[in-house]
Design a protein around this ligand. Sequence first.
Ligand code: ATP
Length: 249
Amino acid sequence: MTQDLLVSKGLGVKYGSFAALSDVDLNIRPNTVHSIIGPNGAGKTTLFHALTGSVRASSGRIMFGGQNITPLSDDQRVRMGLARSFQVTSLFQSLPVRENLRLAAQGRTPWQALRMWQAAEANSEALATADALMQRLDLSRVADRAAGELSHGQQRRLEVGMAMASKPRLILLDEPTSGMGIDDIGSMKRLIADLGRDHTVILIEHNMGIVMDISDRITVMQSGRTLVEGTPAEIRDNPAVRRAYLGSM
Ligand code: ATP
């Protein structure tokens, strides 16, 4: 059996004395889209913070690629191939789309990347990566437009592309369709489904239509704990999940 790419065991996070996460076990298989769903305040974003290292686990451990990453910093986890999209700082608003992607393909952090760009260290491999990504992101038409001039939906696809450019093993997407119109939602849904063919994706998403259509596995959280994990069909038919969502699925 293929080894899980990411595993958490008994993961807990406290904010002061409040337990935002308790005893969370996760098993993320490679090359899958694994969604995390649950009512507001269930602990989904806290789980992402804990996996990426932006908050410390108060208990339990996280294994990534067979290695215990619990004590590692967020930067160390990024360097190991754990990428999170939708960080506001990830786009250079005044630079063209192609340059944004080329810089992301060349450097690990935005500032390293900017220094490389200023030093005019053009890198043909990074350019080829940028061109391939633009096709995949459906952004080739706007390759020469400044990132800040793109529509909301295009900017969010570019942010996913920035995370993809460093060729991570795992991409965490936090509500990638929030605030989008129906056309942009469709494009993002296709992009995530496509990503799951050669990347591993953990997705937080409130749109149940998307979750049910593109997830391989779903973990349902409630009050900081894992309620149930399974395929979309198993989750849809689970009575406890139906109760947690008050029949909204
Ligand atoms: P939503 O769907 O509304 O984004 P969520 O499932 O992502 O919710 P979290 O944001 O992880 O939930 O919050 C889980 C719990 O932890 C909530 O009760 C929230 O109020 C609390 N919480 C989140 N961040 C903090 C913080 N920095 N300090 C104290 N409590 C926090």
